[in-house]
Design a protein around this ligand. Structure first.
Ligand code: COA
Length: 138
């Protein structure tokens, strides 16, 4: 797999991947999410390609205190081959180089597969409650 920065030519493949990974929520407009991401830390928006095909994505972010990862998804046909781990390592490496000391994740409580995956690659549950306030409805 080749891991590289997102390019506009990948847009439809990435949105299709997110759909197949069940990562798109009614409140999230994927095109607008991509547009906004390209304005902040675009170098942390990564895709993984096999034979030129987008098979995985991850969006990292850093606000000077914590690093974040969103939209991690691996094409269902390519799972359990270590690609998710490789993508997380790629984001982690870039965040560390930016001075980030800890990565936070938000995972839906019913996403047991993702919870087990993250535990396998070294993440632990923090005893905190995640809260949010929507500022814009897409
Ligand atoms: C979660 C996801 C990214 C994992 O990708 P992947 O490429 O299959 O994961 P890897 O092959 O790198 O697995 C790394 C380790 O996690 C384990 N693992 C992966 N998926 C798992 C699952 N569903 N249940 C239990 N363990 C799992 C693997 O067995 C492996 O363990 P090992 O090191 O002992 O061999 C992928 O299942 C996915 O895209 N899910 C849908 C989208 C999603 O939920 N994203 C996260 C949003 S918070």
């Amino acid at each position: 797999m080749i891991i590289r920065r997102y390019l506009p030519e990948y847009e439809s493949a990435v949105i299709d991947l997110w759909r197949r990974c069940n990562l798109i929520r009614p409140q999230n407009n994927p095109k607008l999410d991509i547009e906004r991401k390209l304005k902040v830390n675009p170098e942390l928006f990564l895709v993984g390609l096999i034979d030129g095909k987008v098979v995985t994505s991850a969006i990292g972010g850093y606000e000077g205190h914590r690093g974040w990862v969103n939209y991690l998804g691996v094409d269902p046909a390519y799972r359990r081959q270590g690609l998710g781990r490789q993508m997380m390592e790629a984001v982690q490496k870039r965040l560390l180089a930016m001075g980030c000391t800890k990565i936070n994740l938000q995972i839906r409580t019913d996403n047991l597969g993702a919870l087990q995956f993250y535990e396998k690659i070294g993440y632990k549950i923090d005893e905190v409650v995640s809260m949010g306030k929507r500022l814009v409805n897409d």
